[in-house]
Design a protein around this ligand. Structure first.
Ligand code: TYD
Ligand code: MG
Length: 446
């Protein structure tokens, strides 16, 4: 129903108000508040509240006790926050969240897991493989949001894990579980619950490879934090990244390895990626790449295979196919490395994902080494973005990348001309063009 609302304003300081008061709420002067007109609207107006009167202290995260999770979350889970953990089916979301649940419960805090996907017996079997089950870890074997909400309001755990949001049912809403309306309604209800009770909530959501399934995409604006779990199911490596985080930066990455006893954090990814490196093989070079904010050394490998007299076919794994095309074209056109008549395969070894343009130079040199059949000396790394004119451009966070290369025992680095001095003991070879880079360090003869 339409409603007439009268507006008031202080004629001294101009502070607006929706009701008449004897003295002004802002400047405190008596007798200055006067009517300035009225509006007709369907809604009742609310009082304006000064922003400064709210408690603006930063929310303090509570550690999960899983180091790689806490790294990505900026310290842990904030009480009353909702975190969406998304990823493809089978990638390890249930395992990771169960490990978080076990870890938090092992401190004595109460934790509840809603087991919409699996029977409680299956969850118990998995949990007992991952560690001892603390008495403060409980399950709710129900998918009705009404039941879940009532139980959580009553029991007030520190953490509730919902596995998964796609299995929940909001009885008042039409649609089958997993449908857009159901997923959205369930997430809204649980978000309100979290805010009003200070329970931290983890929502698990499945996505398909192209991200089309109803669920996670819809929820990104509702929740406080979105973390995605990814990796190649044929490798053991898993990457945890934040794409939204209301309480801190989003540019870190957590690394895990899926083992027989659950996920274990990879504390030294560079050492892990270089563990099986075949030193002295042609077509290989190590690049100090950046995964989000974290410097990671990765081995780039290239192989060429004669294809008759045809243009190269390019195949890539773990390195962007767009980068490979660009690098191959510039290598041929600007640095005079003949690729015609060869198919080119390029990969980041050991399941690494190198999407950073700073890996361009390493990719170019690996291809060049493959073409000549001569390996680079094993103590060399290369880092730089390649431009279409064949220039080597500077990259973000080069100092941290070089520190990481030095820590892992590398002694020489081919870098852009503008590079700052690196750590003592790491010799920098500065280059402005790819042609210069190609002749700066000669691959050794075998
Ligand atoms: P899961 O956590 O069920 O994936 P999601 O919830 O994302 O669908 O993990 C599934 C895979 O993880 C499954 O193929 C088995 C494997 N796995 C291990 O290799 N080791 C383990 O200790 C556990 C618990 C699972
Ligand atoms: Mg699961």
């Amino acid at each position: 129903m339409a409603k007439k609302t009268t507006a008031f304003r202080c004629k001294d300081c101009g502070a607006p108000s929706v009701k008449w008061t004897g003295n002004c709420g802002r400047c405190g002067v008596w007798g200055t508040v006067e009517e300035v007109g009225s509006v007709v609207s369907a809604a009742k107006a609310t009082d304006l509240v000064s922003l400064g009167s709210f408690d603006g202290t930063q929310a303090v995260p509570v550690p999960t006790g899983i180091g790689e999770c806490d790294r990505v979350l900026g310290g842990g889970l904030v009480p009353g926050s909702v975190t969406l953990l998304s990823g493809e089916p089978g990638i390890g979301k249930s395992t990771l969240s169960l490990q978080i649940a076990l870890s938090v419960a092992s401190t004595g805090a109460s934790v509840v897991v809603v087991t919409g996907e699996e029977a409680p017996g299956q969850v118990a079997a998995r949990a007992s493989r991952l560690g001892e089950i603390p008495p403060s870890l409980s399950v709710i074997d129900d998918t009705s949001v009404d039941v879940i909400e009532a139980t959580l309001r009553l029991t007030r755990p520190q953490l509730a894990v919902i596995d998964s949001i796609q299995t929940l049912v909001v009885p008042e809403v039409d649609g089958t579980p997993g449908s857009v309306v159901q997923v959205r309604a369930a997430a809204h209800r649980l978000t309100e619950l979290a805010k009003s009770t200070d329970i931290s909530v983890i929502l698990i959501g499945h996505v398909t490879k192209d991200g089309t399934l109803a669920g996670p995409r819809l929820l990104e604006h509702v929740v406080d934090t979105v973390v995605s779990f990814s990796g190649d199911r044929h490798h053991d490596l898993r990457f945890l990244r934040t794409s939204k985080h209301r309480f801190g930066p989003t540019n870190d990455v957590g690394l895990f390895e899926m083992t027989g006893a659950g996920l274990s954090g990879v504390e030294d990814p560079s050492a892990r990626f270089l563990a099986d490196r075949c030193v002295g093989a042609p077509g290989s070079i190590v690049v100090p790449a950046l995964d989000e904010r974290r410097p990671v050394l990765a081995e780039i490998q290239a192989l060429t295979s004669p294809n008759g007299d045809r243009p190269p076919q390019l195949t890539s794994q773990g390195v962007g196919s767009g980068r490979l095309k660009l690098v191959a074209a510039v290598l041929e056109q600007r640095a005079g490395v003949k690729l015609w008549g060869n198919d080119i395969f390029a990969s980041a070894a050991g399941g690494a994902e190198v999407k950073d343009p700073g890996a361009d130079l390493g990719l170019a040199l690996a291809i060049r080494s493959a073409v000549t059949g001569r390996p680079y000396p094993p103590d060399v790394v290369a880092c730089g973005e390649i431009g279409l004119a064949g220039e080597i451009r500077s990259v973000a966070q080069l100092d941290r990348r070089l520190q990481e290369a030095h820590r892992l025992g590398f002694r020489r680095a081919i870098v852009p001309a503008s590079a700052p001095d690196g750590p003592t003991g790491l010799k920098l070879i500065r280059v402005s063009t790819l042609a210069e880079a190609v002749s700066a360090v000669e691959p050794v003869s075998v």
